[in-house]
Design a protein around this ligand. Structure first.
Ligand SMILES: Cc1cc2nc3c(=O)[nH]c(=O)nc-3n(C[C@H](O)[C@H](O)[C@H](O)COP(=O)(O)O)c2cc1C
Length: 209
């Protein structure tokens, strides 16, 4: 029987060919690369009563009336919300992208009046002792359920959601195009705007029933 010797390079080539024929996907590994990720702006009060805000993109709805976010213990926001046991979450929007990014790169630990540069106008939430911002029209009011120092997991109970009239349609429904919320793309470190409707949830799938 004739034996054919294969060089290491030939072996690698054929291995790669097999891989790319079978599977044209690229592996990014075990990293937090979920797309899209909502961009939350967490509002809290500092101990002197001045408002603070931070950008958080590692979070989402975790139950009917609950939201969970991975938030580092050393942030000013974390200290504030542990003290006051509440926080607001506003959706970052396209028109405020510079300000929303700024509150994600500046810390209230270093600048107590960090929000001054955003020029956001602040009012107290209706149901909790946390600020909300006129320039960010969609806001959740949350009470602290728990925070775990080791995992950095924050769980909050949603006690109210409110939207400024400017982002409602004539029927009083939220108009996503008017709000123009942004999402975070962790693959490219970019913000993308959402607003184009492509389907109806819980309905379009029925075509395949
Ligand atoms: C796009 C983006 C997403 C971020 N997501 C998170 C997050 O989910 N959790 C977190 O702990 N920090 C996150 N950060 C970092 C904080 O926003 C940042 O450290 C901020 O300065 C904290 O502010 P504070 O100390 O005033 O609370 C994010 C920053 C950016 C720009």
């Amino acid at each position: 029987m004739e034996t054919k010797l294969i060089t290491a390079t030939e072996q690698e080539d054929s291995c790669l060919k097999q891989k790319s024929n079978k599977n044209m996907r690229k592996n990014f590994g075990a990293r937090p690369l979920c797309l899209p990720q909502p961009v939350f702006i967490i509002g809290t009060y500092n101990e002197d009563g001045t408002p603070n805000a931070m950008n958080a993109a590692w979070g989402g709805i975790s139950n009917d009336d609950e939201i969970s976010i991975c938030i580092s213990a050393d942030h000013k926001t974390t200290k504030n919300l542990l003290r006051d046991k509440c926080f607001s979450i506003s959706m970052a929007t396209a028109s405020q992208v510079v300000e929303c990014d700024y509150v994600g790169i500046a810390s209230g630990n270093k600048d107590e009046n960090k929000l001054a540069k955003t020029k956001w106008e602040t009012t107290k939430c209706e149901n909790i002792n946390a600020p909300m911002f006129r320039q960010l029209p969609l806001t959740m009011e949350c009470k602290l359920i728990s925070y775990d120092n080791e995992s950095c997991r924050l769980d909050g109970k949603i006690v109210n959601v409110s939207a400024d009239e400017s982002v409602l349609d004539e029927a009083g429904k939220l108009d996503v195009k008017k709000l123009a919320p942004i999402v975070f793309d962790p693959f490219n470190n970019e913000y993308l705007v959402i607003g184009e409707k492509v389907g109806n949830a819980f309905k379009d799938g029925t075509k395949l029933r």
